[in-house]
Design a protein around this ligand. Structure first.
Ligand code: SF4
Length: 237
């Protein structure tokens, strides 16, 4: 079955189902091939809760870039303790990091877009590629209101770069629905969110945003390009 047929088949079998049942169906159809990537932001924490509370056999993983905020590691730890479930971790290849630091130093990403993309490729994209390599379904916490690019995404799409079907279950959720879900379920959230960080990535590349500013405007603030790092962009974008 090609990717278009697979997506049609998924939609036909899951239309109208709640998210937990849709994921349940996916885990039966694609046993041990359903993956969820979390960066411990609010959206991802809501999905982590949904997956763990319902004992869904989804492989939950995170990318530890080596440059995360301490608050993100604390959220990681609180999540492990609350749900008593392991979260897989993918770390960059040490030889690539060692080479990058030796040749360009620790903060080369501030010097040019090329350098920034190089760092993201080593610390995020390559580990993500490894993480997704034996998966069939990649669940994400993308929401339509996060960026211009994300507002037009479909719930299911084929990612040409990572060769995997993406499932974006929160796409049509509103911020208010997300906040309510988090509050009602006492879900642990990164303390940086309440300090002006709506979107949290690597510490040197994330800063606070003013109320009402774009969701991802605090990411790579010294650049004018769109605020994606290659993780959620296909080759065509
Ligand atoms: S967000 Fe910054 S530190 Fe993190 S991988 Fe990209 S360039 Fe490197």
């Amino acid at each position: 079955m090609n990717s278009t047929n697979s997506i049609e088949d998924i939609i036909k079998n899951t239309e109208g189902l709640p998210i937990s049942e849709t994921i349940g169906w996916l885990t039966k159809r694609y046993t041990n091939k359903v993956l969820f990537s979390t960066s411990f932001g609010k959206e991802d924490q809501a999905l982590t809760h949904l997956i763990f509370q319902n004992n869904l056999p989804v492989r939950v993983f995170t990318l530890d870039t080596g440059r995360l905020f301490q608050e993100t590691y604390e959220t990681f730890e609180r999540t492990r303790k609350k749900y008593h479930r392991n979260i897989e971790v993918f770390f960059p290849q040490h030889d690539q990091i060692e080479h990058l630091l030796k040749i360009k130093g620790p903060n080369s990403f501030y010097e040019s877009i090329e350098n920034r993309k190089e760092c993201c490729a080593i610390r995020k994209v390559e580990p993500l590629k490894r993480a997704l390599s034996d998966g069939k379904i990649w669940i994400t916490g993308l929401m339509a209101d996060q960026t211009e690019y994300r507002k037009d995404l479909p719930i299911f799409e084929y990612d040409n770069y990572f060769k995997i079907i993406k499932y974006n279950p929160l796409l049509q959720w509103t911020r208010a629905e997300l906040e309510l879900y988090i509050e009602q379920n006492k879900i642990p959230v990164n303390t940086l969110h309440s300090k002006g960080y709506p979107s949290i990535g690597c510490a040197p590349c994330t800063r606070t945003v003013a109320p009402g500013d774009d969701y991802r405007s605090g990411r790579w603030w010294w650049e004018n390009s769109h605020k994606e790092c290659g993780i959620h962009l296909t080759e065509n974008n």
